[in-house]
Design a protein around this ligand. Structure first.
Ligand code: NAD
Ligand code: UDP
Length: 330
């Protein structure tokens, strides 16, 4: 059900998954830029709390809905961002069939909505479409190495199918589609219990609990601060002409999981130790984006170093955990 008034300014933009980690930052940035924003979310992995600070804004509306159901928006839309999909492995594996349907049926529903409104459409795809990559760093021309029957397939193959739907819509001329392949992104408003590496390590360090390194800890990831990602998404959405190809958005700095654990411990006054736990099946061993395409076509590159981004994120988690503790006190 839609809430808040429908006053119009700038563009009218629907953000599916707008109450999630990245989505809440995107809604905020789009409002700051003078647009009217409609956030559509079923709160599966997001939270009304993520957009609470936006609720007083007369140009912000929330629709609570699953994108797998029929979507109707009366107001004319200029742009649609599709971020609606659980992103952390424990979350997307909790109901794998719904995850797959979210990417396929849900993306299909949003593409039809975009077609009806002649709205430009941006799909939040993922570095997971490269699977456990055999090429390094990953360029957009690489077709990937995904296990289509494993426990990550609901997410990886769902996102691959969504990309196929997007490019078919582009080829037949029904929707002006853009596809961002997002690499690991972190920052404030991640759920503390979300299960991803950055939130896990920070929360564990702040609670003086052991940091859980899965496997040897030699596997690598590249970590992008959320404000950099949001800037890249907005540039891609507004880029003219449409690049017509997927674009990697991520920070090319590459760190092992053990290095990240040490870095977090060096920044938090903590009694935590490091423990090793089993490596989840099909866990990609190396990941780093080649961002030459984003640099050339969008004039985009990340600005926030991991050291600084972690400091902001740790400070936010400190405040959030303190509020949670205070709320539990009798
Ligand atoms: P998130 O889980 O915090 O946010 C996803 C949001 O989508 C949540 O608010 C959730 O409630 C909503 N949602 C999920 N399924 C839905 C459905 N069927 N209908 C309506 N809403 C639904 O994840 P995030 O990190 O903010 O990721 C946002 C998008 O970016 C996702 O599509 C994800 O696949 C993509 N992505 C993120 C990263 C990352 O590192 N954060 C990396 C690659 C791709
Ligand atoms: N990881 C870890 N400890 C944790 C959470 C994750 O060692 O508590 C590892 C995980 O095995 C993977 C990397 O960190 O190698 C990134 O995991 P995440 O779930 O954040 O994202 P993804 O695997 O989707 O890149």
């Amino acid at each position: 059900m839609a809430r808040r008034n429908r006053a119009r300014r700038g563009k009218v933009i629907l953000v599916a998954g707008g109450a999630g980690f990245v989505g809440s930052h995107l809604c905020s940035a789009l409002l700051d830029a003078g647009n009217r924003v409609i956030c559509l979310d079923n709160y599966l992995t997001g939270s009304p709390a993520n957009v609470r600070s936006l609720n007083g804004n007369p140009y912000f509306t929330v629709i609570e809905q699953d994108i797998c159901d029929d979507i109707a928006v009366d107001e004319p839309l200029d742009q649609i961002y599709n971020l609606a999909c659980p992103a952390s492995p424990p979350s997307y594996q909790a109901d794998p069939i719904h995850t797959m349907m979210t990417s396929v049926t849900g993306t299909g529903n949003l593409l039809r909505l975009a077609e009806r409104h002649a709205a430009v459409f941006l799909q939040a795809s993922t570095s997971e479409i490269y699977g456990d990559p055999e090429e390094h760093p990953q360029q957009e021309d690489y077709w990937g190495h995904v296990n289509c029957t494993g426990p990550r397939a609901c997410y990886d193959e769902g996102k691959r199918a969504a990309e196929a739907l997007c490019f078919d819509n582009l080829r037949v001329g029904s929707v002006d589609v853009r596809v961002a392949r997002i690499f690991n992104t972190y920052g404030p408003y991640m759920q503390p219990n979300d299960g991803r590496i950055v939130s896990n390590f920070i929360v564990q360090a702040l609670k003086n609990e052991p940091l859980t390194v899965y496997g040897s800890g030699e596997q690598t990831r590249s970590f992008c601060y959320v404000s950099d990602l949001v800037e890249g998404l907005i540039k891609l959405m507004n880029c003219q002409p449409n690049p017509g190809v997927p674009i990697n958005l991520g920070n090319p700095g590459e760190f092992t999981v053990s290095e990240l654990a040490e870095l977090v411990l060096s920044k938090v006054a903590s009694a935590s130790t490091i423990v090793h736990a089993p490596l989840p099946p099909d866990d990609p061993q190396r990941r780093r984006p080649d961002i030459a395409r984003a640099r050339t076509l969008l004039g985009w590159q990340p600005k926030v170093a991991l050291h600084d981004g972690l400091s902001h994120t740790i400070a936010w988690f400190q405040t959030t955990l303190a509020k949670q503790r205070a709320a539990r006190r009798p």
